[in-house]
Design a protein around this ligand. Structure first.
Ligand code: C2E
Ligand code: CA
Ligand code: CA
Ligand code: CA
Length: 279
């Protein structure tokens, strides 16, 4: 038993070592990734569930590194968050996506919304509001063209600078969206406390609505709550037409997911939306 115990122990440390080395490498590579221009913003269209017209897009960050290959946000965003690198990287996403929105609107003569994800750490940056104002001005956009997606994690810290930043952003006229709704503990109280414009039903619930009554009831209740508070509802992760049909029956306002399209590079997105309009 003693030998087995030791083996189990060394196996464990080996796994831990591999994970630590990987994390270290990712962090090292990330330090210069902006200067080396390794990031790219992809765009996933959002649709009006009834008319199925494109109403906007979510900006989703991609990173290609010569040494590590493609690294996905679920891996690198938490590291960017812990190291503080999310601040300059997040600024890049804001600038890039708003400039893109500006060309998209000019090309297709429309009025769209760009949804940008914000991490908790970005709120600690005193320049956040300035960066957003400047990016909107440079891209010649009005504040309501920008929607900031925030998860409960941001609000849960209870820090006063976060409350202050959210109020300032609201006063500026930027839209606020609660991301991953239903996955946390106290989403409801946050909806009351802050004036969100949009509620995003988490993919995990959308996933189950065709097969699972509990998920369908939960989505139904989320939509009812959102509408009673004057919020619009976006369902993310829509993959099949049956999900879309149920979401429509439940009165969901907007949808997003692989059923329509995966996130795409800018040029591909422009081609897609241009041709989609003609259908
Ligand atoms: P999220 O904000 O919940 O974004 C939705 C994720 O679901 C995206 O993954 C998107 O590609 C994926 N998705 C969209 N439709 C479908 C579908 O129909 N089926 C499935 N299975 N997945 C779908 P992605 O791009 O890998 O991003 C993962 C997470 O990383 C995001 O989750 C977000 O929390 C974070 N993230 C991505 N870009 C940024 C960024 O620029 N800044 C910050 N702070 N976080 C980001
Ligand atoms: Ca999001
Ligand atoms: Ca989400
Ligand atoms: Ca998520």
């Amino acid at each position: 038993a003693k030998t087995l115990g030791r083996n189990a122990y060394s196996f464990f440390t080996k796994e831990m070592n591999t994970a630590m080395i990987r994390r270290f490498e990712v962090e090292e590579q990330m330090r210069n990734a902006l200067e080396r221009d390794e990031f790219e913003v992809f765009y996933q269209p959002q649709f009006d569930s009834k008319t199925q017209k494109v109403i906007g897009a979510e900006a989703l960050l991609r990173w290609h590194n010569p040494a590590l290959g493609n690294i996905f946000p679920d891996e690198f965003i938490p590291i960017a968050e812990q190291t503080g690198l999310i601040v300059p990287i997040g600024q890049y996403v804001i600038n890039e996506s708003l400039n893109f929105l500006s060309s998209w609107q000019a090309q297709q003569n429309g009025d769209f919304v760009m949804a940008v994800n914000l991490s908790p750490r970005q709120f600690r940056d005193k320049k956040l509001l300035k960066v957003i104002k400047k990016a909107l001005k440079n891209a010649n956009l009005s504040p309501d063209n920008l929607e900031l997606e925030i998860t409960e994690g941001v609000l849960m810290t209870g820090q006063s600078y976060i409350t202050e930043a959210l109020i300032e952003l609201q006063e500026l006229g930027v839209k606020l969206s609660m991301d991953d709704f239903g996955t946390g503990y106290s989403s409801l109280s946050y909806l009351r406390q802050y004036h969100f414009d949009v509620l995003k039903v988490d993919r995990s619930f959308v996933n189950g609505i065709t097969i699972n009554k509990e998920d369908r009831d939960l989505v139904k209740a989320s939509i009812a709550i959102a509408h009673s508070l004057g919020l619009k509802v976006v369902a993310e992760g829509v993959e099949i037409s049956e999900q879309l049909n149920i979401l429509n029956e439940l009165g969901c306002d907007y949808v997003q997911g692989y059923y329509f399209s995966k996130p795409m590079p800018g040029q591909k997105f422009l081609d897609y939306t241009e041709n989609y309009r003609l259908e």
